[in-house]
Design a protein around this ligand. Structure first.
Ligand code: 3PG
Length: 306
């Protein structure tokens, strides 16, 4: 039994060590493909593997065609928009994610970026505090819940909107549930995005929503760049000198934004919400256990394709 860890953006070494222990401890072989730069390297590496563990690496029909023994792909992380689920089902391949394993890391980065922008990118001028400000959590999944927990420590007034999560579950976490997405944007000066990239959500964060935000608005994106309508983002920033945007996923128009709106946008150079040793260990080791569990015993908890 061979399991490939294919990570264009590698896990911390300590996480790879843990993954190796789980895989080799189960009598399987670990194959490592880190920091690859070319799809051809991935296509060659999958030729004889039974399982693949990835991060945001693209696993499409071409990769699956090149992997005749492949039975499982585990996305060590939350969002699985990088994996072609339909193709996987057609190839008889199980796809899983590892929900919750890297969510604290992402939530902490959201706060890191919020504080940095609220303090004017640490340029020495007088900024503002998060305490007493309204924070809207757009989608109350695992990351959203961690954001809520941290926000309470900051003394923020926390709201959430999630059409897939019952209001009672949101309220049980001590967060005010709002009935519509418009209400969330109208109520909250800070909005933190935690929606996946799906046909329904792509480009959904548009001018209609952002224009509702109160004065001193800050949009925080640790979710996916595809959910933003980037032309509308430029428009709202042109109209509103108070509007700020911080993101862990650089938009296609990042240089235009930086040039046009200096001091009001920030993008990490590479997506790094989940780039902590702890998140890598949690997600990587969970992915290793899930791969072995499926290949050895057929356990398909956390399967995301039919
Ligand atoms: C996720 O969906 O788990 C996060 O976006 C982290 O992605 P990464 O593993 O590519 O850093």
């Amino acid at each position: 039994m061979k399991i490939l860890v294919a990570t264009e953006k590698p896990f911390a070494a300590v996480a790879v060590k843990g993954i190796r222990e789980v895989i080799e401890g189960a009598g399987a072989e670990l194959v490592l493909l880190e920091k690859y730069t070319d799809k051809a390297q991935l296509l060659a590496a999958v030729a004889d593997v039974d399982g693949i563990i990835v991060r945001s690496d693209i696993i499409d029909a071409e990769v699956m065609d090149a992997a005749p023994n492949l039975k499982i792909v585990v996305r060590a992380g939350a969002g699985y928009d990088n994996i072609d689920l339909q193709a996987a089902t057609a190839h008889g391949i199980c796809v899983m994610n590892t929900p919750g394993q890297n969510s604290n890391a992402v939530a902490e980065l959201a706060f890191g970026m919020m504080v940095m922008m609220a303090r004017n990118l640490y340029n020495g001028t007088s900024g503002t505090e998060l305490k007493g400000k309204t924070l809207g959590i757009h989608a109350f999944g695992q990351v959203g819940r961690n954001v809520a927990r941290i926000a309470k420590g900051f003394g923020m007034d926390v709201y959430a909107y999630d059409p897939y999560c019952p209001a009672e579950a949101i309220e049980a976490a001590g967060v005010k549930a709002l009935a519509t997405v418009e209400e969330l944007y109208r109520t909250c000066q800070y909005i933190s995005l935690h929606i996946p990239a799906t046909d329904e959500t792509k480009k959904s964060i548009n001018h209609n929503l952002t224009s509702l935000m109160p004065k001193g608005a800050m949009l925080v994106n640790t979710a996916r760049k595809e959910v933003i309508d980037e032309e509308d983002l430029v428009r709202i920033m042109e109209e509103r000198p108070d509007f700020r945007y911080v993101t862990d996923i650089a938009p296609a128009n990042a240089s235009l934004l930086a040039e046009k709106f200096p001091g009001r946008t920030f993008a990490t150079p590479k997506k790094m919400g989940a780039q902590t040793a702890e998140a890598n260990i949690n997600a990587g080791i969970a992915a290793a256990h899930q791969s072995i569990g499926y290949l050895r015993d057929g356990i398909d908890k956390f399967r995301v394709n039919k």
